[in-house]
Design a protein around this ligand. Structure first.
Ligand code: 13P
Ligand code: SF4
Length: 325
């Protein structure tokens, strides 16, 4: 049997600006085990931008926003995909990779947006607004996607809405994302009252306070924030678009109005940028830890399964989104 020793010190150097050495000592054994288990299982780890730096930088094979994870999951060469993210992301990965085993390390990693709407609600909307296309944010269950015409993410929502060539769409379930998109298009957008429990907590007062306390800070906000927050921010975009903005413009000082780990993950590679951290934690994303990723690979838990009929219909809505250029 051959063994490979992982150079954990070089992994630590990736995150030394954001993770103190004393914390690292508690991560090393799991990181070593996960990297060994990935080889044994022929597995890859997909990690959302909101995962903690030791997951994002030290065990993940593919990182990104919801759109990138969905797109890139189909190109991996692996038998097993571990989703270091939330349940709807694992479901989207499974519907795009029906022949692979997709694992979610903690079944409780949910999402307040996905919880805000059911398939029955979507059927009700279709009856109320006959003929109006239903654009569904990927932050929903497979059952809700299956009732939809097309999906979108925060990274492509405007393109998706405008690709339909209609005057009116239903966009669900995130009311604020829908309102923020409506502000950028002539298409009328019918909304649903779902909210992200992380982003809805930011207020224009928070931004005002940041500008007073940190003069010159560039404010970048996720479009799940209320429209009044976006109105007083300098830039808005998906988590990948936020990262790209910081990497290309290299502001001296920046405030990311989103989940806490985003700043840590970017700061790890950009010590020259000062990050103001008015963040909110996503309790669902934080269910995923090194310890349960390791357990997932050791015990192959928890495999994601979707009813085949639901998966077929949901895949169509996701595929239509991926086909929008
Ligand atoms: P994106 O990474 O697609 O911007 O989504 C943010 C989010 O809240 C995912 O749960
Ligand atoms: Fe859901 Fe908000 Fe958490 Fe994203 S940050 S998983 S939208 S609750």
């Amino acid at each position: 049997m051959s063994t490979t020793t992982i150079d954990t010190q070089s992994l630590y150097r990736r995150i030394e600006h954001v993770v103190p050495e004393v914390e690292w000592a508690g991560f090393e054994a799991d990181i070593e085990a996960i990297n060994r288990l990935k080889k044994e299982r022929n597995a890859v780890i997909l990690a959302h931008n909101y995962q903690t730096p030791e997951i994002f930088h030290c065990v993940a094979d593919i990182v990104g926003d919801s759109l990138a994870l969905a797109r890139e999951s189909v190109d991996v060469e692996a038998d097993v995909i571990v989703m270091a993210g939330v349940h709807f992301m694992a479901e989207t990965t499974k519907m795009l990779n029906p022949d692979r085993t997709v694992l979610i390390p903690d079944l409780r990693a949910g999402c307040s947006l996905a919880e805000s709407i059911t398939a029955t609600d979507v059927r009700g909307l279709r009856e109320t607004y006959p003929g109006v296309p239903i654009v569904t944010y990927v932050n929903t269950s497979a059952a809700v996607k299956a009732e939809s015409d097309i999906c979108c993410t925060s990274g492509n929502a405007i393109k998706v809405v405008e690709s339909l060539g209609v005057d009116r769409v239903i966009m669900l379930p995130d009311e604020y994302l829908a309102q923020n998109i409506a502000a950028q298009t002539d298409v009328e957008v019918i909304t649903w009252a779902g909210h992200c429990e992380v982003h809805e907590r930011f207020s224009p007062g928070d931004i005002e306070q940041i500008r007073t306390d940190h003069p010159g800070a560039v404010v970048v906000a996720h479009p799940e924030c209320p429209p009044e927050v976006i109105a007083v921010s300098d830039m808005s975009g998906s988590t990948a678009q936020m990262l790209n903005f910081v990497e290309t413009t290299k502001p001296a000082k920046v405030a990311l109005i989103t989940e806490c780990s985003m700043s840590d993950n970017i700061a790890a590679g950009m010590p020259e940028v000062e990050f103001v951290r008015p963040c909110n934690l996503c309790p669902h994303m934080k269910r995923i830890t090194l310890a349960n990723i390791r357990r997932a690979l050791e015990t192959m838990s928890h495999p994601v399964e979707i009813d085949p009929d639901v998966a077929d219909r949901a895949r169509l809505a996701v595929q239509r989104m991926l086909d929008v250029k």
